[in-house]
Design a protein around this ligand. Structure first.
Ligand code: NAP
Length: 476
């Protein structure tokens, strides 16, 4: 142990953070600010790794393009990385380009902040039919993710979206919104062209519980009513409230606001129907998915639900009554799920790395020295981006507590990892590289001229999608 403490005390602590989304950047920021504060001589040297050539993770590849307020968090993250005391290394994939053994050689501690990017499974017959999609995959497409196909099949007139969380709202909004309204955003051109060709008329969002049990947030719900030429349609028979709903409405302002919004829409919808829109967004409650129906050719032809009723506790139980809707596409947005990481234990049910407050655990439940985790891969895919700061604080707290007992890097020289990446021919990108790509994307936005009639529109950025092009621009 004295050997460890001597090593850690005599040079900057070397820490690798894997995943440059908000979780990773917050952890890097908190750790940097902790150095030299708690102990006068404590210095830290951080490398922030990212599998994509660009930083910001979920903000670049998970937040809907028409949410500039959330995208604005990028400005805060940019400031952190622009200080110059955290080294960004993009386009490096853990498990493929670098192993845990490599990390152990070059760093005293590793923090995994790889997030949760996959769709949770929905185990109903027909879920694998053509025309049945994961919401997260669609998000990746409209956010210009480098590793998904450029084309997305938007052929359905009627679409079902399963789930009552904010991702379901993002997916439904992107499907039903007239794409001209997205032209001021950073959407890639292939996404605009794809959405423009969509014949959609009706998007149906289905929740399995009632209006007081939705997982939306009020702002995200209300913005649905700001879309041009889209009517919101609700159904009186879905408006059921049990004792737990009444309690939630009484004690939780968010629930109260959302129930009010939904109830007002229901009333307004019945008051005025003279000027119908060309597209409709239907919000259904108390529908639990039972089967995705085959049209006879292996393609989605409809969806079957069991009608539910609230059981007094805010949960829902089946009524034995079934309903079917003719739809040609189904998107499940029932939550994200994490992915296993090489050489680390994985809780497949929860989609997280087993951990205690961010200290990663081995198969016996003991902490693995020097290995930590934060963000969605630590606690599961719930909560808004800001919540990740609390997570990072907790993880960094434990790392600092362990600081003098970490298994020391055998090769802590910061140049050593660069030499290894070069030796392996890995085309890593840097912060300077990101600044080049960032400027390039802003330039594409500035040079853009809209289609006739929309040529007054200004675009802040247009995203570069192909990975090779991102790398080429970043690496000059
Ligand atoms: P979520 O908030 O957990 O919502 C998941 C939804 O899927 C719930 O309505 C859930 O119903 C439903 N569901 C789960 N399993 C189901 C099943 N087997 N059948 C039918 N429905 C099922 O997850 P999310 O929408 O993926 O969002 C993840 C986090 O990111 C949330 O914290 C969210 O607020 C945040 N986010 C925020 C924004 C934003 O714009 N602010 C955008 C996207 C995401 P039950 O409630 O009955 O389980």
């Amino acid at each position: 142990m004295s050997n460890h403490s001597e090593t850690a005390a005599n040079r900057p602590l070397r820490v690798a953070i894997v995943g440059a989304g908000p979780a990773g950047v917050y952890a890097a920021d908190i750790l940097t600010k902790s150095s030299g504060v708690k102990d006068g001589d404590f210095q830290v040297s951080i490398d922030l790794f990212e599998a994509y050539p660009a930083p910001y993770g979920l903000i670049r590849y998970g937040v809907a393009p028409d949410h500039p307020r959330i995208k604005g968090i990028v400005n805060a993250l940019h400031k952190v990385l622009d200080r110059g005391d955290i080294r960004f290394l993009g386009n490096v994939t853990y498990g493929r380009d670098l192993t845990l053994h490599d990390f152990r050689a070059f760093y005293d501690a590793v923090i995994f902040s790889t997030g949760a990017i996959k769709d949770a499974d929905l185990d109903v017959p027909g879920i694998h039919l053509r025309g049945s999609f994961g919401g997260a995959d669609f998000v990746s497409w409209y956010d210009g993710h480098p590793d998904v196909p450029r084309e997305w099949p938007l052929e359905a007139k009627e679409i079902a979206v399963i789930g009552n969380g904010n991702v379901a709202l993002d997916v439904a909004r992107m499907l039903v919104k007239h794409p001209e309204e997205l032209l001021t955003t950073e959407i890639p051109d292939n996404v605009y062209q794809g959405l423009k060709a969509s014949p959609v008329t009706d998007v149906h969002v289905f929740g399995r519980r009632g209006p007081a049990q939705v997982k939306f947030t009020p702002l995200e719900l209300r913005e649905l009513s700001h879309m041009n030429d889209v009517d919101i349609v609700l159904y009186p028979e879905d408006f059921e409230f049990d004792d737990a709903s009444d309690e939630a409405i009484r004690t939780n302002n968010q629930v109260k606001t959302m129930v009010n919004t939904l109830t007002n829409w229901l009333v307004e919808e019945h008051a005025e129907s003279d000027n119908p829109s060309s597209r409709r967004l239907h919000l259904h409650f108390l529908h639990s998915p039972v089967e995705v129906l085959d049209d006879g050719t292996g393609t989605v032809g409809g969806i079957k639900f069991e009608r539910m009723q609230l059981d007094g506790t805010g949960n829902a139980k089946g009524t034995g009554e079934y309903v079917e809707y003719p739809v040609q596409a189904v998107y499940r947005a029932i939550g994200y799920h994490g992915s296993a990481l090489d050489e680390l234990e994985y809780d497949a049910k929860r989609g997280v790395i087993p951990n205690e407050g961010g200290r990663v655990l081995d198969a016996d439940g003991s902490p693995v020295p020097g290995i930590y985790t934060t963000g969605w891969i630590k606690r599961g895919p719930v909560g808004l981006i800001g919540h990740t700061k609390g997570d990072a604080l907790e993880t960094i707290g434990f790392l600092l507590e362990d600081r003098l007992n970490l298994p020391p890097a055998t090769n802590p020289d910061p140049q050593a990892i660069i030499d290894l990446l070069e030796e392996r021919g890995i085309e890593y990108t840097t912060w300077e590289g990101w600044n080049k790509l960032d400027a390039h994307e802003a330039g594409l936005g500035a040079a853009w001229t809209g289609p006739e009639g929309l040529d007054h529109m200004v675009r802040e950025r247009i995203k570069v999608v192909p990975r090779e092009e991102m790398i080429r621009i970043s690496r000059g």
